[in-house]
Write a protein that binds this ligand. Structure first.
Ligand code: TXA
Ligand code: MG
Length: 314
C-alpha cells in the first residue's frame, strides 16, 4: 500500500516521531535531498533501511543530529570539527569523526567502521523531528539504490512509496544536492564527497590543510569504502562445519559456535554481522562462515564477507 504523503503539520510531525520510535521508516525532507529516516539506535530499523534501498553493500549512513550536543554523544569532536560546526551547522556539511565507544547507535549505521558521519540538517521539518525525538536519525537519500536522489516528495513516492510508512512533504529541497562529506582527521580535513559547501569555504574556517582524498587513503570514492573493519583472522566462506582450529559463524540450521540468525532471518543477520565478526576475530585465528542466501540483504552480507575473506595488502 502506498505510504501517505502529508504536509508537515504538527500532527504529522508527531506521527513521524511515533513511527521512528516504533522502528518504522519515514521519508523526511532536508535542505539537501529527502532522507529515508530511522532511529539510529534501533538495529532492526537500520537493517530495514538497507533492505528497502536494495543496496548490494553496507555503505555507512549519516547520523542526523539536532546540533553539536547530540553530535558530541556520538563522536569525539576536535578543534577543527568545532570550527566547522560553528561555521556551517545547521547545514549541508557532514563530518566523519571517531565514533565513541558508547555511541547509542547501531553497529550497522557505520557499517563496521570506527568512524561515524554526523550532520545537523537545516530543514525545519527534519529539525522538528530531531528535537522531538531527541535521538540521532540515520538516513540515506530516499531513493532506491542506483537511482537519483529525490528532491521532492513525489520523487520519493515514485521510488519507495510502497516501502515506507510515511512521506512528509516539505516541498522541494532548497539545495537539491547531497551534503559535502569531510573526514576530520588530526592532520587534515579530507573531502570525501563534494557538495554545495566548497573546499574554499572549508579552508576559510579551519587551520588544518583541506585536501582531496589521495591514493592510499583508507576511503575511496564516496559510497565505496575500502577500509571497512577487516578481521585479523583468515575467513572461509560457505562452510557447513568447522575445522579444529576454526570458529564457525552459523546461519539458520548451520548452528556454528555463534549464529547470525538461528531463524535464518536476513535482517537479524545484518544487525549481528559486524559484532559477530569482531567476536570471532577475538577468539580464533581462522573463521569459517556458514552460507548466507544471496538475496535481499543477503547480497550486502555476502559482499561484506567476501571483502573480509579477500587477500589483503600488507
Ligand atoms: O545530504 C545528504 O547527505 C543526504 C541527506 C538525507 O542528509 N544524505 C545522503 O546519504 O546523501 P547517503 O547515505 O546517500 O550518503 C552518505 C555518504 C556516503 O557516500 C557514505 O559513504 C558517506 O556518506 N559516509 C557515511 N558514513 C561514513 C563514514 N563513517 N566514513 C566515510 N564516509 C561515510
Ligand atoms: Mg545517496
Amino acid at each position: 500500500m502506498p505510504a501517505p504523503i502529508e504536509k508537515p503539520r504538527p500532527k504529522t510531525i508527531d506521527r513521524a516521531v511515533d513511527i521512528l520510535r516504533q522502528g518504522g521508516l519515514v521519508a523526511l525532507p532536508t535542505e539537501t535531498v529527502y532522507g529515508l529516516a530511522v532511529d539510529a539506535g534501533q538495529p532492526r530499523a537500520v537493517a530495514h533501511v538497507f533492505e528497502v534501498k536494495g543496496r548490494p553493500q553496507f555503505n555507512p549512513l549519516i547520523c542526523h543530529v539536532a546540533g553539536r550536543d547530540m553530535a558530541g554523544r556520538l563522536v569525539t569532536l576536535s578543534q577543527a570539527a568545532d570550527a566547522l560546526i560553528a561555521a556551517f551547522w545547521p547545514g549541508p556539511l557532514t563530518l566523519v569523526l571517531p565514533r565513541r565507544a558508547d555511541a547509542p547507535v547501531a553497529d550497522l549505521v557505520s557499517a563496521g567502521l570506527d568512524t561515524l558521519a554526523v550532520r545537523a540538517p537545516a530543514h525545519s521539518v527534519m529539525r522538528q523531528v530531531l528535537f522531538a525525538l531527541d535521538r540521532p536519525v540515520a538516513a540515506p537519500s530516499a531513493n532506491p539504490s542506483g537511482r537519483l536522489s529525490p528532491t521532492r516528495a513525489d520523487h520519493v513516492a515514485e521510488g519507495l512509496g510502497d516501502r515506507v510508512d510515511l512521506i512528509v512533504d516539505g516541498g522541494p529541497c532548497a539545495v537539491g544536492l547531497e551534503s559535502t562529506v569531510v573526514e576530520v582527521r588530526d592532520d587534515a580535513v579530507v573531502v570525501l564527497r563534494h557538495g554545495s559547501i566548497t573546499t574554499a569555504d572549508l579552508r576559510a574556517v579551519v587551520a588544518l590543510p583541506v585536501r582531496e582524498r589521495e591514493d592510499g587513503d583508507p576511503i575511496n570514492a564516496p559510497g565505496q569504502l575500502l577500509s571497512h573493519y577487516a578481521p585479523r583472522a583468515a575467513l572461509r566462506l560457505d562452510a557447513t562445519d568447522a575445522a579444529d582450529d576454526e570458529i564457525l559463524i552459523g546461519f539458520g540450521t548451520v548452528a556454528g559456535d555463534m549464529n547470525l540468525s538461528p531463524a535464518g532471518d536476513l535482517e537479524e543477520a545484518a544487525t549481528r554481522l559486524f559484532a559477530l565478526l569482531r567476536e570471532a576475530d577475538a577468539r580464533a585465528d581462522r573463521i569459517a562462515v556458514a552460507p548466507v542466501p544471496d538475496q535481499g540483504l543477503g547480497r550486502a552480507i555476502n559482499d561484506r564477507l567476501r571483502r573480509a575473506a579477500a587477500p589483503r595488502p600488507g
